[in-house]
Each structure stands twice: as structure tokens, then as C-alpha cells.
Design a protein around this ligand. Structure first.
Ligand code: TEU
Ligand code: CA
Length: 591
């Protein structure tokens, strides 16, 4: 078998630059801010930093709308600042992975400006389509098909200069690139090589599994006038979902294999992770199997999409057996080939301690943050830590619409409450409070000062989004030297992955799948076995049957058997001897 690639025992830390550290007092995080915090990240023990986009952008979708892939937006600094960050990170043994957003560009990219002219060489770089026959271009109902945008409204925007519509699965300022056009692919690969030659260590690839769209033999998209599939089902907001026709499309493998050849061949020490909404665990194995030369790993989304009533704005409480079955599917799919990413948080998700833990008291917040971290990091795969997760940072708990910044939430409120009238204001505000993306975008909490040390107390401008008031109790300064802090616990989890081959390579096997409160599984490597049991609730619970039976065969457990636990080792031994777990008690024991 191929030797374990370097990233199989790495831990990746995601930085959302806009909210990480501001050094020039404009209320926005910047590259110099990241450089100033590298010692903190090196101390935490992570190996790779993934930066959300810092390229030139109108910031319509906070940088996921790129207008120049080979320049840094002045909001974050300059290319020199980027070069300094790369040098300083590499000095500390930290790798830097950039966010590659090439399913779409900004509508302010020169490629898109040029594409508005049908005679330009860029005319076919995007998805342009005429109005439906028999309609008036620009009028409602004239759109080429019924697709809706992830960010509300139609996925088609009329461009008067060209007299046609362009496709945008995301905001109207994010036109989809036409990957069927080899010139587009060439331009993307050249840009990627430019960054890798500059010292970047790889890419997180934004919705890279949406780049191959399903069309019929005549090149018509589903739902287009005259296409084989004309009438698409429409949802409660009056649009149809583009995902089934764009996720993991017919040329997905071809494009990823071509990218691997054209960009990564001959290089080493890099990491590629593809964001893959709508891709199944089985396809994860194929796409990440090194034999197929595509990507090193994927982000799958079933585990962060299931706890709602079909739409994220109608959240449901955690159904633990359902989560366990999804995670078991992920693990089973890469048992023999391929690799898994492990995440519960990122800049698009709410904070996991608020979503699946309990942030209602300091005690339950700290315990549940540790339990959730232990649960995730003891799986087989590469863990991703989202900035602030290592501190146990919580959701924003905003109460007013004007506190939110994210166009996804603001558009959804207007679309669902005011236009389609499919959700009440109260229900929608509760949904945004529980699942809005701004929950994870409040400034990083460095200390207890007025803006949490994210920006100076006398900064010229307020932070772009409110600092969470609980930064007085939850901040890095207060946790750094506290052995019982969430920060110190994450440090130990990260060290385990570096020090215990079992944690990296051990087979994963779920136990007690149906238990509604305990997440239990084993890791096995040769004749070594670890038992992981996590009480994912705030009540004392009995150990479920299979876990208890496994413990019974192990003679008396001693504290030396406890690898890590969310209480202390003595508490763990007593609890397991009593076949019970205290609230949010997570224990890893070697049997
Ligand atoms: O996210 C893609 C995506 O699927 C998101 O729409 C996310 O799943 C959803 O918002 C959760 O409700 C990527 C980026 O991570 C996101 O920040 C961008 O807004 C999006 O692509 C467009 O670039
Ligand atoms: Ca700044």
C-alpha cells in the first residue's frame, strides 16, 4: 500500500480572515493579523492553515466572489503581506492552503465583463442562455429554466448588454464559469500553478463538485425550453433545486483528473480538499482513492444537512442515531481506499457547541465542547478545526435582523417571509439564530477587552460584525494557560493524532448504533484496541450494552488505561466501573 501521505496524521485549522485579527483598525481582519497569530497556532499544534478567500473581490459573498485571482484584496493587504505570511508560516512548519473558488467568479471579473460581448473570446466562458421563447427578456417568467439560487430568487440574471441571461447558482454577483470550455480550465490551471509556484501548499476547492452541469445531447440544461427534461418540480419558494443537475456531474472525474495532471503532477507536500455538497460517501471513496488521481479528500455535507425539516431555516434537535449512521457511512466508504475529512464547523455552519452541545452554562459549554471535540477527533480521517472552536466559542445569539451581515440569511428572510410568505418572521428569526452562517463569523475572541482583542479598543472603526458579548468569559488569553480549558483539551486531541498511529490508522467500528445518548465506537490496529464512549447529553446515562460488554472483557481498568477524557482519569475509571457516564463525559480507554 502507498505509505501514509503526510496529511493522514495532520490537523487543519480554518481561518476566516475577515474575522480573525485586525491590525490596521478598519474593523476587518487582515493578513498581517494572521501572521501576528502564527505562534498561537503553532502552539496549538495544528499542521495546516486553510484561509478563506483573500483575493480581490467586491465582497458580495465575503470574498467567495473573486474579481482577480492573482491579487490580494486591499481589505486584507497585499501580495507582499501574503508572501510574508507564507514565509513566516513555513518557518514554523505550518502549511498554508488557499480557498479556490472556480465554480464561479465575481461579475466584476474582467473575464465576465468581456463575456458580455458575444464576439469576444470570453463569450463562452460562462453559462449564457436566451429568454424562453414567447417571453419578453428581462420579464419574470422569461428565465431559461426554473432553477433557484442558493441565495434566493432565480439562478438566472438578465444582462441587457448581452440581451441574454447568465447562470449563477449562488448570488447574482457570482456567475458560474463554463467548465465545458477548455480555455476556462486552462486559465484556472495556470492560476493554480502560479499560486503553488509562489509557495502555497494546496487548495480547499469551493463547491468543486458543481462544475460539471448535466445537459442533454443538444447541450440544453434540464428545464430549458425544448430540453428532454422540460418541467422541473418547484419548491415552496417557487424555484427548482439546481443541485441534482449540477452536483457530481457527468464530467466531474474527467475535470478533477485533468486538474491533478495539469497542476499537481510532479509536486509533493501539497493538500487538496474538495467541498462536495450533494456527493455521496461512496463517491467520496472513488474521488479520493489515490489510484484515480483526483483529490486527496472531500468535505461531505449529509451530517450537517440532516438536522432540519428539509430547509436549514427549520432546525431540528440532534437525532444522535441518525448522525451516527451517517458518520458510519462515511467511515465505511473509506475503509479500504480513499480518505475522510472530519469537521463539525466552518464559516458556513453554526458553532457546534451551540448546535449539538449546550452553551447555556459555563460548565455545560466547556464539557460539551470537549465531548464534541473528542467525538470528532477520535474518528479516522483528517480533522478540521474552525477558528474559535478550540476555545469553545458559541453562536452569536443575535436577536435583530440588522445584526446579521450574511446575504444568505438576509435574502432568505426577504424571500421566505416577505415574498413567498412560507415562514413567519418569528420562525425565520429563530431559524437564522440557530443556523445562520454569521454565527461562526463573529470576531475571534482573543481576550476580554472591548473588541475581544480582534481589533484595538481605540480602533478607528467598529468590527464589521458584532463581537459576541460572552468574549469576556470565553477568550484565548483566559484559556491558554488553563489545563482544564477547551483550548488545552484541543491541544491534547491534536497531539494524540501526532503521537498515536492507532488514532490515524486504526479501523473504526460503531457500537450501540441505536443508543440515543451515547456515541460509542472502537479503533483497532493489530492487537491494540481503543474504546471511545461519549455521553452526548447533559444527563447521567447508563453505558449501552455493547460498550459495557466490551469493557467487561477488559480486566479492571486503571487510570493508565485512560488515553483522554473530558473529566479526569479517576472520574473516568469510576464512571466506567459503574457502567455509566456523567453529563458530556467522553472517555477514550485502551483495552
Ligand atoms: O459553500 C457552498 C455551500 O453549499 C453553501 O451554500 C453552504 O452549504 C450553505 O450556505 C449552508 O447553508 C461555499 C462556501 O463555503 C460558501 O461560503 C459560499 O457562500 C458558497 O460556496 C459560494 O461560493
Ligand atoms: Ca484590517
Amino acid at each position: 500500500a502507498t505509505p501514509n501521505p503526510w496529511w493522514s496524521n495532520a490537523v487543519v485549522y480554518q481561518i476566516y480572515p475577515r474575522s480573525f485579527q485586525d491590525t490596521n483598525g478598519d474593523g476587518f481582519g487582515d493578513l498581517k493579523g494572521i501572521t501576528s497569530r502564527l505562534d498561537y497556532l503553532a502552539d496549538l499544534g495544528v499542521d495546516v492553515l486553510w484561509l478563506s478567500p483573500v483575493y480581490r473581490s467586491p465582497q458580495d459573498d465575503n470574498g467567495y466572489d473573486i474579481s482577480d485571482y492573482q491579487d490580494i484584496d486591499p481589505l486584507f493587504g497585499t501580495l507582499d503581506d501574503m508572501d510574508e505570511l507564507l514565509a513566516e508560516a513555513h518557518k514554523r512548519g505550518l502549511k498554508i492552503v488557499m480557498d479556490l473558488v472556480v465554480n464561479h467568479t465575481s461579475d466584476e471579473h474582467t473575464w465576465f465583463e468581456a463575456s458580455k460581448n458575444k464576439d469576444d473570446e470570453h463569450a463562452d466562458w460562462y453559462w449564457w442562455r436566451p429568454a424562453r421563447p414567447g417571453t419578453t427578456a428581462g420579464e419574470p417568467g422569461a428565465e431559461p429554466n426554473q432553477w433557484g439560487s442558493y441565495f434566493g430568487g432565480s439562478a438566472w440574471e438578465y444582462c441587457p448588454e448581452r440581451g441574454e441571461y447568465y447562470l449563477h447558482q449562488f448570488s447574482k454577483k457570482q456567475p458560474d464559469l463554463n467548465w465545458e470550455n477548455p480555455a476556462v480550465r486552462r486559465a484556472v490551471y495556470d492560476m493554480m500553478n502560479w499560486w503553488l509556484d509562489r509557495g502555497v501548499d494546496g487548495f480547499r476547492m469551493d463547491v468543486i463538485t458543481l462544475i460539471s452541469k448535466r445537459t442533454d445531447l443538444s447541450g440544453k440544461l434540464p428545464g430549458e425550453y425544448g430540453s428532454e427534461l422540460e418541467d422541473l418540480p418547484v419548491g415552496e419558494e417557487g424555484y427548482s433545486d439546481p443541485n441534482p443537475f449540477c452536483a457530481d456531474g457527468p464530467r466531474q472525474d474527467e475535470f478533477l483528473a485533468e486538474m491533478r495532471r495539469e497542476v499537481f503532477e510532479g509536486r509533493d507536500g501539497f493538500l487538496t480538499v474538495g467541498e462536495a455538497p450533494g456527493v455521496t460517501a461512496q463517491r467520496n471513496e472513488y474521488i479520493t482513492d489515490p489510484a484515480n488521481g483526483e483529490l486527496d479528500m472531500l468535505f461531505l455535507f449529509e451530517h450537517v444537512d440532516f438536522d432540519c425539516e428539509g430547509v436549514k431555516w427549520k432546525p431540528l434537535p440532534l437525532d444522535l442515531p441518525k448522525l451516527k449512521s451517517i458518520m458510519a457511512g462515511y467511515q465505511a466508504a473509506v475503509k479500504n481506499a480513499g480518505w475522510a475529512s472530519l469537521f463539525t464547523g466552518n464559516h458556513d455552519q453554526p458553532r457546534v457547541v451551540s448546535r449539538w452541545g449546550d452553551d447555556s452554562s459555563e460548565e455545560s459549554r466547556v464539557r460539551s465542547a470537549k465531548a464534541l471535540g473528542l467525538m470528532l477527533h477520535m474518528h479516522r480521517g483528517t480533522p478540521y478545526i474552525y477558528q474559535g472552536e478550540e476555545l469553545g466559542m458559541t453562536d452569536a445569539h443575535f436577536t435583530r435582523l440588522d445584526q446579521y451581515r450574511d446575504l444568505e440569511s438576509l435574502n432568505a428572510y426577504r424571500q421566505r417571509v416577505e415574498e413567498a410568505k412560507v415562514q413567519s418572521p418569528e420562525s425565520m428569526m429563530a431559524g437564522i439564530a440557530a443556523r445562520g452562517r454569521d454565527n461562526s463569523r463573529t470576531p475571534m475572541q482573543w481576550d476580554g477587552s472591548v473588541y475581544a482583542g480582534f481589533t484595538a479598543p481605540d480602533a478607528a472603526a467598529e468590527p464589521w460584525i458584532s463581537v459576541n458579548p460572552n468574549h469576556a468569559e470565553i477568550n484565548a488569553a483566559g484559556e491558554f494557560d488553563d489545563p482544564d480549558s477547551v483550548y488545552s483539551f484541543y491541544k491534547r486531541l491534536i497531539a494524540l493524532r501526532h503521537d498515536m498511529p492507532m488514532v490515524v490508522a486504526g479501523d473504526w467500528q460503531l457500537l450501540d448504533a441505536d443508543d440515543a445518548h451515547v456515541y460509542a465506537f472502537t479503533r483497532t490496529l493489530g492487537d491494540e484496541k481503543l474504546l471511545v464512549v461519549v455521553n452526548m447529553s447533559g444527563r447521567t446515562v447508563d453505558l449501552p450494552r455493547e460498550s459495557a460488554e466490551l469493557l467487561a472483557v477488559a480486566d479492571g481498568l486503571a487510570e493508565s488505561n485512560v488515553v483522554i477524557s473530558t473529566y479526569d482519569a479517576a472520574h473516568a475509571v469510576t464512571a466506567l466501573a459503574g457502567r455509566e457516564l456523567a453529563p458530556w463525559e467522553g472517555v477514550v480507554v485502551s483495552l
